[in-house]
Design a protein around this ligand. Sequence first.
Ligand code: ATP
Ligand code: MG
Length: 390
Amino acid sequence: MKEIILAYQGEMSLKGLNRATFESVLLKTMRRRLKSLGNFKIYKAQSTMYAEPAGDEDIDAAEERIGKIFGIAAISRAAVCPKDFAVIADTAKEYLCGALRAAKTFKVSAKRSDKTFPMDSMEIARELGGVLLSAYPHLKVDVHHPDVNVTVEIRDFAAYVHGGKKPGAGGLPVSTSGKAALMLSGGIDSPVAAYMMAKRGLSLACVHFASPPYTSERARMKVLTLAKKLTPYTGNLNVYVVPYTAAQEHIRDNAPEDLFTVLMRRSMMRITRVLCEKESADAIVTGESLAQVASQTLKAIACTDAAQSLPVLRPCIGMDKTEITDIARKIDTYETSILPYEDCCTIFTPPHPKTKPHLDEIEAAEAGMPGLAELEAQAAAQAEVVYVNL
Ligand code: ATP
Ligand code: MG
């Protein structure tokens, strides 16, 4: 019996003229993500994407990967059969045998997009319901909350039988909303921010600030591991590792201690902006959450935003740590994020950072560091690009 994965597209079907672009991005993404699993034929018809194994490819692995592709609202794994009722009934009995044996209740849903098929949806559902009740006499019909929703889709090429749809990753296909640079630390929040913005269709490049020898090689590797864990959702990622030591020491040595963190964050934003130009990225994404730390108060955020002109997207801004952590666990970044390596944001931090900095005092402090711009330019120019592939 031939099995296939049906991936139903989501929100993008609402987008009118963009639809063709969205669909072609989605097809390309599916091809890329399944490539290393062998020969899957990927095609679309009637708002549904099909992933069909040529031989004995690992369909479990394919299903898992497709489940992480944004733009897909729901997935089902189906048996393919000819459009003949007797064959469809046999296929349902056999293919869903395990689920039907374990179930107490079921219903049959039928969808007929091929109107030349001689039975309509109601007839298919009624007839197949009868067949299944006599094959599995312990079952009862429950149209509201069935244990198994036996589904038959009569489409152009064939009939498909499955046990109901599962939710997909949702969102929009990556890259259809443009591109942004993600400031990726080793913490819990920024990988979650990446996931959330990729879900809204952004493609991402990552920027990580490292300050050796204050930060270690292990901290750098941790960030690359995080990036790798994001790729099933984001696709391949360029990670810019910025050598930030000189600029950071310069701020430490030449600015009021209580403004250090905000000054550093502005400096990081300016460098990230330069890298955005390289990547043709139109926004910066961070994992900031309102009032989580001194540099994330409203006043501090206002100062950070004033450092450069690209929009700064902060998808975690209204979330508390438990909500962020739940997503981190779901996307499997949590265990890596909690490894206890130092980050450049946690070195040199003053004991009493100012929680309500004013832009005037920040700009005055920067005016007292005429050498900083050059150090920032060097840091951006010397950033190492690491290609992190799926
Ligand atoms: P995270 O927010 O990722 O859990 P964190 O809470 O320790 O780490 P903060 O000090 O709150 O990080 O920094 C806020 C945001 O600034 C991060 O979410 C991230 O987007 C960015 N950031 C912090 N440190 C770095 C770094 N070393 N390189 C790149 N971006 C960073
Ligand atoms: Mg944080």
